[in-house]
Design a protein around this ligand. Structure first.
Ligand code: BQZ
Length: 690
């Protein structure tokens, strides 16, 4: 009788219960252990949305002198004609350092690479704030981290106001009037019509963030009323989450005047040609954002210059943005941290714990060019199981066998028991940063409820018991459990190699699975290849840094479960559009529907408690670690909002409202690469005043 068995038998005798019964037991799940105390270093100053901005006409407007030279040269209409009837006006009182001055540059460093500019056909701009600076959406949620709970709703943006019908079954939306794209073309309902009918509702087109009709509620329709008004109609009353689904990354209308001619419905050659019609070396793509891409040196840098038609001003009538240029050096995410604390870069979301200690040390030096401030614990990693067994991703026999195991609760429990979260956290960084994360909603959302969270503690014995309960034992004694047919169980784990954190966590998981007899093979893929493999269902398991839905609930709520054929990234429908939901997944969908169908705060909180309990009890995913991130910003920048988290409703590149950030004249560093230049015509070069 092996030693562990002898020890158990002895204990059984002592306790007078049958050893077999005790051995078969798995450790009882517990409530999640308390996270180490780690308060956000700076609290936001809470305000109402109307304290941040409003839409109104001002008596006079102004612009940088060098832009005025373009007007004088007849190359631009006067600023008042470039602005909408009622621009968005940022309130001076809400600006930490007041109205700003023009000039200077923000030097970003990013790990992505622009694919092309057709965001609406799924192309990414390289992340790291490029797309956030170029595309604007109907509403905005990044700055909501500083909004009072009582006023917590998305901020107006391209949609300046909206009203619900009495019964809540429709929403009438009013667009900003007289705003223009950066090439001077009017922004109006034609852009909304194209986005809804020829992007969202066109099954051949998938926008970057995957918006589909379900994102706005199954059965939702949209009707154009006039040039600045449209109405959405819903099948359930008051689906307020729709307003969040009108913020970044969804319902960010594209320039119909350049997109439409390329779309097959309007004479375009094909859907592939439509997607590739605006390659990354094509400059001056029209935007509604504060800056336009005027230069892209592959693998080197993207340069963006102020948009002379930008539709926001400060209370003194100065047209925004204040910064004339934003640069994006094309490097790695890790290098972003290094350059930010060194002062050769100006911004970073310190999101990889491996860089915490070094960055903290550097930033602690009073002479450091950058300031660093930690926010709430809003970064979380989970291991997701591919829960489709009806063909999504065309699995071969080996993969299909793994899919069926993934759909077995005992198997998922086994994987959770086998994860030593303390060891994962410590392998990334020592200290009070990482917490033992059960999975599901993060503690950073007010909808998180510890009492509704089920935690399977680290226990290799329990893991082995659970594997046995799932029909898996090491029948050939080679240390790897065997599938019913006798083959060793071998699982592929998809990992995003753009981040050291993802790779380190994955290596930890491989070792921990081996300890309980589960062989895991890493599928290491970079950025877009990772996204494509995940989107295409080409995985058994994958590791993912949470998106907004697990951090805020309301932002991206439709992605919290397979509410539609392509909403939950771990379970899409097969080619026939069929979703083989597990019973607990249906419960999760019902919880989300319950949340979306009421405005009652208590009923909403209850719906999310149910969601969290169902998600964690059924191990929909295995929580791996959760930790706070830190915002690193060069000290020369003014108007950085206090307590801005790197990630909540959106990333810091949105949260800090870059269009109203400025550098006092005496601190400007003269690092612009294209001083005095503005974007020219689409596909051409820049223009100069003289
Ligand atoms: C922040 C963000 C701004 C995407 C991306 C990137 C993509 C994912 C995710 C983050 C990067 C930075 O995150 O890591 O700090 O600057 O860009 O967009 O990981 O590969 O697909 O979801 O937001």
């Amino acid at each position: 009788m092996s030693y562990p068995l002898r020890r158990t038998a002895l204990a059984a005798l002592l306790l007078g219960v049958s050893s077999v019964a005790m051995q078969a037991e798995m450790m009882a799940p517990t409530a999640p252990p308390d996270a180490p105390k780690f308060d956000a270093q700076v609290e936001p100053v809470y305000v109402n949305r109307s304290d941040i901005a409003e839409f109104k006409a001002l008596p006079a407007y102004s612009e940088p002198a060098w832009v005025k030279a373009f007007v004088d040269a007849g190359k631009l209409p006067p600023v008042a004609e470039r602005l909408p009837k009622e621009p968005m006006v940022y309130k001076t009182a809400n600006m930490p350092d007041g109205n700003g001055v023009y000039g200077d540059v923000m030097r970003h460093v990013i790990g992505g690479r622009p694919e092309g500019w057709n965001f609406w056909a799924g192309q990414n701009y390289g992340w790291g704030g490029i797309d956030i600076g170029l595309v604007e959406c109907l509403t905005r949620t990044g700055p909501l981290f500083e909004v009072n709970a009582a006023d917590l709703q998305p901020m107006p943006n391209l949609a300046k106001s909206w009203e619900w019908a009495e019964d809540g079954k429709s929403l009438t939306v009013h667009l900003i009037e007289g705003a223009k794209w950066s090439d001077g073309d009017p922004f109006d309902a034609e852009d909304i019509d194209f986005y809804w009918n020829d992007v969202v509702m066109d099954p051949e087109v998938t926008p970057l963030m995957g918006a589909s009709q379900e994102t706005y509620g199954a059965g939702t329709t949209l009707e154009i009323i006039d040039a600045y008004t449209f109405k959405m109609s819903f099948t359930t009353p008051f689906p307020e989450a729709v307003l969040y689904a009108m913020a970044y990354g969804n319902f960010c209308p594209g320039p119909a005047h350049v997109l439409k001619p390329q779309h097959p419905k309007y004479g375009g050659a094909s859907y592939a040609a439509f997607r590739d019609a605006f390659p990354a070396d094509m400059m001056n793509f029209p935007v509604m954002g504060g800056w336009v891409v005027v230069e892209h040196r592959p693998d080197d840098i993207v340069v963006t210059r102020r948009n002379p038609y930008y539709w926001k001003v400060d209370e003194s009538g100065q047209q925004l943005p204040y910064l004339d240029e934003l640069q994006y050096r094309l490097s790695t995410w890790g290098d972003r941290d290094v350059q930010a604390v060194a002062g050769t870069g100006d911004f970073s979301n310190l999101e990889q714990p491996e860089n915490f200690v070094e960055s903290l040390k550097k930033a602690a030096d009073p002479a450091s060019p950058a300031r660093l401030a930690f926010g709430p614990r809003s970064i979380g990693y989970q291991l997701f199981f591919n829960l489709s067994a009806n063909g999504w991703g065309e699995p071969d026999a080996r993969a299909q066998a793994v899919r069926e195991l993934n759909r077995n609760l005992d198997f998922r429990k086994a994987i959770s028991y086998a994860v030593d979260r303390q060891r994962i956290g410590d392998s990334l960084v020592k200290g009070p940063f990482t917490a033992l994360y059960a999975g599901g909603l993060l503690t950073s959302t007010s909808y998180y409820d510890a009492a509704s969270t089920v935690f399977y503690p680290f226990s290799q014995d329990s893991a082995k018991e659970a594997l046995k309960a799932a029909g898996l034992e090491d029948t050939d004694g080679n240390g790897v459990v065997n599938l019913p047919g006798g083959a060793d169980l071998n699982v592929t784990l998809l990992v995003n190699t753009d981040y050291a954190t993802d790779k380190n966590i994955a290596e930890g998981v491989v070792a921990m699975m081996a300890d309980v007899g589960v062989k895991v093979t890493l599928n290491n893929l970079a950025g877009k290849d990772f996204d494509n493999a995940r989107e295409g269902g080409k995985h058994d398991w994958y590791i993912r840094r949470n998106d907004q839905e697990f951090v805020s609930v309301v932002q991206g709520i439709s992605r919290l479960a397979p509410t539609g054929p392509a909403t939950a990234t771990w379970h899409y429908a097969n080619a026939a559009g069929e979703l083989d939901l597990l019973p607990f997944e249906q419960q999760l969908i019902d919880n989300i529907t319950a949340f979306n169908s009421t405005q009652d705060a208590t009923l909403r909180a209850d719906a999310m408690k149910e969601y969290q309990k169902t998600f964690t009890e059924n191990v929909n995913a295995v929580g791996l670690t959760a930790y706070p991130g830190a915002l690193i910003i060069n000290k020369r920048f003014a108007n950085i909002p206090l307590g801005a988290p790197i990630f909540m409703y959106n990333w810091a590149e949105d949260n800090i409202i870059r269009e109203r950030i400025y550098v006092p004249a005496d601190k400007q560093i003269g690092a612009e690469l294209r001083p005095g230049e503005l974007a020219g015509k689409l596909g051409e070069s820049t223009i100069k005043a003289e």
